[in-house]
Design a binder for this molecule. Structure first.
Ligand code: HEC
Ligand code: HEC
Length: 325
């Protein structure tokens, strides 16, 4: 009996040492570094065609501005991230304007492509919170880069320095366990044609606008490489804070009649996406307003959302289940 107790005590002691050791290691090491992945060079495009810039601008406004826009300068010069869970620390979106000292002027297109696709920065440090655009087509990625290099006012050099990130111990632990860079998928990645609408819609929801990242069960259970395998795929539930700091949840956008958007018309979806006017009232931040979304895009997204497995999941909004709003 005594021996068993002694062995148990020893094991417990070892477990405590291992946990404390891991904690110390994480605390000292901070956010992990990785080898910078070698991304195939996107073709040089110093200016970008008008079509590229229009598409790139629409994607940057929908996908990047929510985090990187500084409301004081109206440029992508970075801002404190107020809508992330406070327990993660004091975090900032960096300055991604064309400024040499504080922006991304020194980043090559390959380095930018690497951080966008995998989350690994040019110095190897893992970039936290930032979504990974794993399934973005090559042409769409080039359009984003062309826009970042363009003459648009929002990306002109701005000398606002980005404060040093102050990640909490919890966030450091997460980056050593569940928050990992996404591996590079072997290319090439073509943009699907607008018809058939279903395949186009799948691309828009998982690649171009990454709707699934916000509209599934949680960020932690999302499967970047295989979006459809994310827990509660498109069934809503990911927690956010709105601009007033209130806890809100993303909506169920599967075709379920009661708790999803099964009873919506394409026109209702279009008004929600383009103007932020859902049949349930105005959509709150961080739901983006996709003001430049084309009819073909809305049709594709509508067809795809109605086709995915329906999930019954009412999200509390103002204390009411979604179905009763
Ligand atoms: C949910 C918020 C969010 C969104 C959306 C987002 N980013 Fe970021 N991004 C961040 C944060 C936060 C960091 C820095 C994280 C860190 O330092 O660990 C970052 C880092 C970067 C960096 C590296 C810059 C540097 O100096 O480290 C680039 C480039 C970048 N983002 C570009 C983009 C582009 C382009 C888009 C849209 C296609 C985008 N981001 C979308 C939050 C976001
Ligand atoms: C950055 C996170 C984020 C992204 C990206 C995002 N959404 Fe949302 N979406 C939300 C949140 C949060 C809400 C809930 C807003 C509210 O309660 O006011 C929402 C609400 C909606 C609604 C309204 C549902 C209702 O019942 O009123 C629809 C429809 C919708 N999103 C579709 C989409 C589609 C389609 C995409 C991609 C093209 C997308 N969203 C991208 C976060 C996001």
């Amino acid at each position: 009996m005594k021996r068993i107790l002694r062995t148990l005590g020893l094991l417990l002691g070892l477990a405590v040492v291992a946990v404390v050791g891991f904690g110390l290691f994480v605390a000292v090491r901070g956010i992990p570094h990785y080898d910078v992945p070698a991304v195939a060079a996107p073709p040089a495009m110093p200016t970008g065609t008008p079509a590229q810039l229009a598409l790139g601008g629409s994607m940057v406004r929908a996908n990047c501005a929510a985090c990187h826009r500084n409301p004081k300068t109206n440029r992508l010069s970075g801002a404190p991230l107020t809508d992330v869970f406070p327990g993660l620390g004091h975090l900032y979106s960096p300055n991604i304007t064309q400024d040499t000292a504080h922006g991304i002027a020194a980043w090559t297109d390959n380095e930018l492509a690497a951080v966008l696709r995998t989350g690994i920065g040019r110095d190897g440090r893992y970039r936290v919170i930032m979504p990974h655009f794993v399934h973005l087509s090559d042409a769409d990625l080039q359009a984003v880069l062309a826009f970042l290099h363009s003459a648009d006012p929002s990306v002109q050099a701005d000398a606002t320095p980005t404060p040093a990130q102050a990640p909490s111990f919890l966030l450091k632990i997460l980056t050593h366990t569940v928050m990992k860079p996404s591996p590079l998928r072997p290319g090439p990645r073509p943009t699907p044609a607008p018809t058939p609408a279903l395949a186009y819609g799948q691309y828009l929801v998982t690649g171009r606008y990454v709707c699934f990242q916000c509209h599934s069960q949680s960020h932690e259970t999302n499967q970047e490489l295989h979006p459809e395998q994310s827990a509660g795929y498109l069934g809503g539930g990911t927690a956010f804070h709105d601009r007033q700091g209130r806890l809100i949840h993303s909506a169920n956008i599967t075709g379920d009649q009661d708790t999803g958007i099964g009873d919506w018309t394409p026109a209702q979806l279009a008004a929600t996406l383009r103007f932020g006017q859902s049949p349930h009232g105005p959509t709150r931040s961080p739901m983006p307003v996709f003001s430049a979304m084309t009819d073909e895009e809305v049709q594709g997204i509508y067809a795809y959302l109605q086709s995915v497995p329906k999930i019954k999941n009412a999200i509390p909004k103002d204390g009411q289940p979604v179905a009763a709003r």
